[in-house]
Design a protein around this ligand. Structure first.
Ligand code: SER
Length: 312
């Protein structure tokens, strides 16, 4: 067993992936890294400060820690990316290039890079969106993430680096409240409901987006990583999603359990981002190639979210 490096470990996915990997492989085999340390999130874990946009620092961490595989989660999401395109370009594009180039040069065995529904644009078919389709994103997030997918494919075909990746939808989770994306309303809605507060949603009531619950997202990443390479017909663009959700549907599903919950709708700039993205994804290639099969539907997600938020 080698050493797994997780970049962006304090992000929404990282905070759940790190403990998952530690449980599966042992704490000694996992290194959490992020641009800053947040005390107390990963007690007893191995941690390295890492700015992925510095190639020198990426190289040092991989070398010094004898890294054998990387979950490269560090990235700037859609909403922050529109406010700070320079930062999104630097972290997403330069950061991914640095990870791939150093992984190649230092003999890392496997690199997983998550991508996103943000790679799609208004000319993409909205429903059951296939992997191969029109891809013309117009956000800095989408532009950098499609470039990262292509960089991953390039490093695989040209240098034989084992790069794998999936296009995530919005992810619902309770451990870390996401704050930088367009799909975050879903988590915010739960947090307001559980505190007995009304919620003002920044998307329209009927804006549909593909979504999934965090345990299914974590399983998908690990399953893809462990899949037999010979069965993979894609490299960096496997679709994963469990359902198509609108804010109105989620409001209704939560209200079944929190009857007094009240939502108003005041769309802001994030509505324009969401309207460029698909409503649902075709995930059949992921199911066929590596057995993707999400367990949580909308109702199961809502029940589990409320249960965990109430407990915490
Ligand atoms: N969750 C991301 C965002 O909203 C999409 O992949 O930016």
């Amino acid at each position: 067993m080698g050493t797994i490096l997780v970049t962006g470990a304090f992000g929404q996915i990282g905070t759940e992936l790190v403990p998952f990997l530690e449980k599966k492989f042992g704490k000694e085999h996992v290194i959490a890294s992020d641009i800053r340390n947040v005390e107390g999130v990963f007690p007893g874990s191995r941690f390295r400060m890492l700015d992925v946009s510095s190639r020198k620092d990426v190289s040092a961490v991989i070398r010094e820690e004898d890294v054998t595989s990387i979950f490269h989660l560090a990235g700037i999401l859609s909403a922050t990316g529109e406010k700070n395109p320079d930062l999104a370009f630097s972290v997403n594009l330069n950061g991914t290039y640095n990870i791939l180039a150093e992984a190649r040069d230092l003999g890392v065995e496997k690199v997983l890079i998550p991508s996103t529904i943000g790679v799609f644009g208004t000319s993409t078919p909205k429903k059951g969106t296939p992997v191969e389709t029109v891809i013309r994103p117009s956000t800095m997030y989408g532009i950098t993430k499609i470039s990262c997918e292509l960089l991953g494919e390039y490093f695989h075909s040209k240098f034989g680096l084992d790069v794998r990746g999936l296009r995530f939808p919005g992810i619902i989770s309770y451990r870390t409240a996401p704050t930088a994306g367009t799909t975050d309303y879903s988590v915010e809605m739960f947090l307001h409901a559980i505190r007995g507060n009304p919620y003002s949603c920044y998307l329209k009531k009927d804006t549909g987006l593909p979504m999934m619950y965090m345990p299914d997202a974590i399983n998908a990443m690990v399953q893809l990583c462990e899949a037999d390479s010979a069965r993979l017909t894609r490299r960096t663009d496997y679709h994963v999603s469990a359902y198509s959700l609108t804010p109105g549907m989620l409001e209704e599903a939560i209200r079944k359990h929190v009857p007094d919950f009240h939502v108003t709708y005041a769309p802001d700039f994030r509505e324009a981002i969401a309207e460029q993205w698909p409503e649902s994804l075709d995930c059949s290639i992921s199911s066929r190639d590596w057995g993707f099969s999400p367990k949580y539907g909308i109702e199961e997600t809502v029940i589990d979210m409320l249960e965990n938020l109430r407990r915490d």
